[in-house]
Design a protein around this ligand. Structure first.
Ligand code: NDP
Length: 282
């Protein structure tokens, strides 16, 4: 679709950014909704991030998505942050408004929406959920599970000290009981397992855990989406667990960004998933 001289402008800033699915995702919605707007990928080095933000504000961008390695810098440069960004100490959405920068983190609501869509509205309410990982994404996962009403969230990480730090950092932002644990002890009576490590991602070794101890009724979610079916999800599926892939989170986390940039709330549909799955297949 062609754009006019008055087109709304937005995009994603990262380094690298060529692998990002966000331009296809937003591009699909722009076309579907017939919006006069454009969403472009922008590779930006860390040392240029602040000046690029200023320039994009000056030329009238509505805002930006921010990916690795700029999420913490985006948070630090903002004039105003939402609770999710505060909890994560990082932002993936910047909205430019009246010369100010508003920072949001949409990963937690994105995961919550994906889990509810796949597993039902009360999928972890008052139940035990296990989070694997203690990096940036794990913060969003803990927040999402807490917001879904999880009774207890057990954090398992290769480096146990990092798990403890994460539990301490997230305590003020969560209503659930937070604990750290080892695997497979953490699996006992769990209703949901979420992988928030980068293990299993294309180019990385798979997670080295057995699902033997996981109750058969437990669902398994992997927020890694490339490959779409990670080894963890494959083993879980074969064992009969319900599974949720990382594409759901990716699609849902983009909804508030699109609404902020282009003024319409888009829908996560099978057609959008098909576009992204085709892109992942290459
Ligand atoms: P970080 O680098 O911040 O954290 C990586 C985590 O993975 C650490 O806890 C690390 O453990 C753990 N880890 C890495 N390799 C292994 C391994 N072989 N075995 C066990 N644990 C391992 O990454 P992020 O938190 O930013 O991202 C994690 C993943 O989440 C990425 O794959 C990213 O693509 C995905 N993601 C998906 C999103 C979506 O929308 N679906 C959104 C955001 C992220 P340790 O501390 O011991 O080193």
């Amino acid at each position: 679709m062609t754009v006019s001289g008055a087109a709304k402008l937005a995009g994603i800033v990262g380094w690298p950014v060529a692998h990002s699915l966000s331009p296809r995702l937003h591009g699909h919605w722009l076309k579907e909704l017939g919006i006069d707007g454009t969403y472009i990928p922008m590779p930006v080095h860390c040392e240029d991030f602040a000046s690029v933000l200023k320039s994009l504000q000056a030329v009238g961008f509505a805002g930006l998505n921010v990916t690795v390695p700029h999420k913490e810098a985006a948070f630090a440069l903002a004039h105003e942050v939402d609770d999710a960004a505060e909890a994560a100490g990082a932002a993936n959405l910047l909205i430019f408004r009246d010369g100010r920068i508003l920072a949001r983190n949409t990963d937690a609501p994105g995961l919550a929406a994906s889990l509810q869509e796949s597993l039902g509205p009360d999928c972890v309410k008052d139940r035990v959920a296990v989070v694997l990982g203690a990096g940036g994404a794990a913060r969003a996962v803990v927040l999402a599970l807490s917001n879904l009403g999880a009774g207890e969230i057990r954090i398992v990480n290769r480096d146990r000290h990092r798990a403890e730090t994460l539990a301490g950092t997230m305590k003020p932002f969560t209503r659930s009981k937070l604990a750290t644990a080892g695997w497979p002890t953490a699996a006992a009576d769990a209703s949901l397992l979420v992988n928030a490590t980068s293990a299993g991602m294309h180019g990385n070794p798979p997670l080295d855990i057995s699902l033997e101890a996981l109750p058969s009724h437990a669902a398994v979610c992997d927020i890694v989406y490339n490959p779409l079916e990670t080894d963890l999800l494959k083993v879980a599926r074969i064992r009969g667990h319900r599974t949720v892939d990382g594409l759901g989170m990716l699609m849902h986390q983009a909804v508030p960004s699109f609404a902020a940039f282009f003024g319409q709330t888009p829908k996560v549909t099978p057609a959008l998933r098909a576009v992204l799955e085709a892109a992942l297949r290459g």
